[in-house]
Design a protein around this ligand. Sequence first.
Ligand code: FRU
Length: 497
Amino acid sequence: MKISSKLSEVREYEERMGDRIADSDRPAFHLSSRVGWMNDPNGFSFYQGKYHLFYQYFPYNTVWGPCHWGHAVSEDLIHWEYLPATLAPDEEYDKDGCFSGSAADLPDGRQMLIYTGVLKKEMEDGSFRELQQQCLAFGDGLNYEKYDQNPILTKKDLPEGCSAYDFRDPKIWKEEDGTYRMVACCATPGRDARIVMFSSQDGIRWGKGQLLIQNFDRFGKVWECPDFFRMDGKWILLTSPMDMLPEGFEYHNGNGTLCLIGDYDEEKGVFTPQHDQSIDYGIDFYATQTILSPDGRRIMIAWMQNWDTTPGYRLDPTSWFGQMTIPRELSIQNGRLYQWPVRELEQIRRNRILYENVYVNGEMELDGITGRCVDLEIEVRSADPNHPYGKFVIKFAAGGRYYTMLSYHPEDCIMKIDRKFSGSRRAIIHQRRAEVPSENGTVRIRLILDRYSAEAFINGGAQTITANLYTDMGARRITFSAQGAVSMNLVKYDLIP
Ligand code: FRU
C-alpha cells in the first residue's frame, strides 16, 4: 500500500513524541491526542472485532492546524491503544486538510473512510475560501489508501442553492439491505444550515443529494458533524451548530449542540422534528458521532472541548491537547434524549464506598470520598419534606486555591457548573447553567471524574453537563454542602483502568 512521505513523517513524529508523554500526564480512560492537537471524533466504528476511533489531528502543535486523521482502537471503549495516523493532507484535493468524516465496511471486507477534502481557492477579490469535497480511502484497519477517483462528491451533487464552501462532515451508515446512506453538513451561501442526504448501492458511487432539513435561521448557522439514525421508534438528528443565539437555559451563545427528535418520511425524504434540545449543557462538548455497537446499543462520543473555549491556552507544543468524552449509551425516554456512560466503564470500578442518609447542613467531607478518577453517584433530597432546601453544592478537584463545583437550586430548578477556581488562567467561559426539573428538590447526579474532566449525568441521564479542568493533580478533595437540610445517599468507586 502506498504511504506518502507526509504520512510517514507524521507517523515517525507521533511515535517519537507521543511516547515522551507519560501516561500519568494524560486522562486515565478518556482518549486524548497521541501528541499535539485533537478535535472531532471521526470514523467511529466496530471493525474486525475492535472499536476504531479516528480523530481530527494536528500532531505538530497544540493548536489547530491542517487536519490529519489520528487513530486508536479499543476492545471495550475504555482502554485505547494508539495506531499510526491514517490520513495526511497529501493530495491536491485535500492539501489544506482531511476534515471530519466516518467509516463503513465494504462487502469485500475492507473498511472505507469517507472524509472531507479541503482545498483553499483564491477568489476574484484575492481572498481565499475553502472548497470542501467528499473523498474516500480504503483500508484494513491499519493502512488506508485514498481512492484514485477522489473527490467523489462535489457541489454539482448538491441540491440547488447549497454552497461549495460549507459541504463537509459526511456520516455514512449501512442499511439492512446492504445499501449505504449518508448525511452531510451543507448550507446556503448565506450560511443557513442544511442537512443533505445521499444514497448509494456500493458506498462508492452516490446519487445526487436530497435536502433532509433546513434550519431557516432557528438554531445558529452551519450545522457541523450531523448524524442521523433511528432509535426507540423515532429518528434522531444530532448536530453541532455554529454561531448560536441563546435561548433560555436550553441553548447558549456560540458553538452549541442540537438534538432533533422526530419522524422521517422515507418516501418524500423529509425529516420533521417534534422536539429539540441541547445534547449537553456543560462547557466543553462538541461534534458528536455515534455507532451502533454489535449488541445493538447506540453509542455516542464527542470532542470534550468547544471551539469557544480553546483559544489562548499556553501549552507546550509537544504535549497533548484535546480529549474525547466517555462513550455514552443513548436512548429516548418521553421525547427526550438520555445519555449514560457505557456499561463497560463499570469494569474498572474499584473500592466501593457506600453512605446512606447522610445529613448535610453546612460544608462537610466524608471518609474515603476523594480522588480525581472517580465514579460517584449521589441522590440528594430535602431532609425535611415540609422544608425544601435552598441549595446543594458538591465541590471536587478541590485543594489549596482550587475547586470546581456543581450546585443545584431546587426553587428555580437550576444546576450550575462553575470551574472559575479550577486553576484556569484564561478569561474564557467558566460557568454554565442548565434547567433540571425535580420534585421537591430530589436529584440524582452521577459524576465521572478523570484527571482533567468532569461529566455529570443528571437524573438518569436526562441532562448531562461536561467540562474539562486542568487543575493541579494535588487537588483531590470532594466536599458537600447545603443551605437548608439535605439528606444524601452516595456510592463512590475509584476508576482504575
Ligand atoms: C467541527 C469542524 C468540522 C470540520 C472539522 C475541521 O469541529 O469544524 O466541521 O470538519 O472541525 O477540523
